[in-house]
Ligand binder design. Sequence first.
Ligand code: ADP
Length: 326
Amino acid sequence: MTAAFLSPRSGDSPDALDIVAIGEAMVEFNQQPGNLSASSAYVQGFGGDTSNMVIAASRQGARTAYVTRIGDDAFGGLLQDLWRQEGVETSAVRVVPGGRTGAYFVTHGPQGHAFSYARSHSAATGLTAADIPDSLLARTRMLHASGISLAISSSAANATLSAMERATDVGVTVCFDPNVRPTLWPMPMARALVGAAARLCDVFLPGVDDLRLLAGVSTPQEGLDWCRAQGVRTTVLKDGPRQVWIDHQGETTTVPAFAVQVVDASGAGDCFDGALESRLAVGDSLKQAVRYAAAAAALSATGLGAVAPVPPEAAVRAFLSERGMA
Ligand code: ADP
């Protein structure tokens, strides 16, 4: 597990990419803590697991592009501004005339926070295989996709699986996070399609809750056994504030999580994926990349929102060096 996970880059062209991500982005409205009456104010932010992930990768220095559909509405414009500010290439972001960009609301109550989505019939549900052209896959080293894109529509599911298959055919390393959302689809369908995607990818990136929902397992070790039984090649299993499990080439190892003062860990998994893939792209071993990603994800959990607190590379390096792990 100490060798570079990806083969070294050779002869990059000026438009070469490290990571292309495909999925749905949304605008977030987060109820301000401390003011929980019905008329309270909402702070606008951004979300969508794959968009969060690709921004996290870009903040670590990776060359990134995002593939999605957005509406020609104000929310779509905000997202485009965000990706441009973050250095994420938008050549494959399609603006759908008359389409709507998804949004969601985060409310805070005695039971913690709750998500309410306004995303049905969003522009991203119309994603097709043609939205991710072979010419884009030919420019990248890695492709990132999520189970949410398999769930939102059959067209988006087909686009995602097609991109994963074609990427594999041309030697692109494919990473897949199941991000299982029981409200988006019935579990037998989730099991079937997530299972297919997990077999197709090079690196499977579930959290323990995903495997609990998908496989009914109660421990990380049982979860890893299930992944192996599905024919998954490499699993990186995220277990919140505890540790990260790596199952690769028949060997299982763990990397501890970092202790931090947590404010909001809701986007930590997306930040973890982006940071991990950015490090794999530049030649880290799986274990080195996981340790870096755990540091980035821990830091991202110390602020509110899924995008704003994602640290840049310098902050992750400083955090690791403070802990004697530079
Ligand atoms: P997901 O969001 O995919 O369910 P997790 O909640 O396990 O994933 O979080 C992803 C990663 O973020 C973890 O593997 C860990 O490295 C980091 N992380 C999450 N919660 C915390 C926390 N409370 N303290 C420190 N690190 C955390």
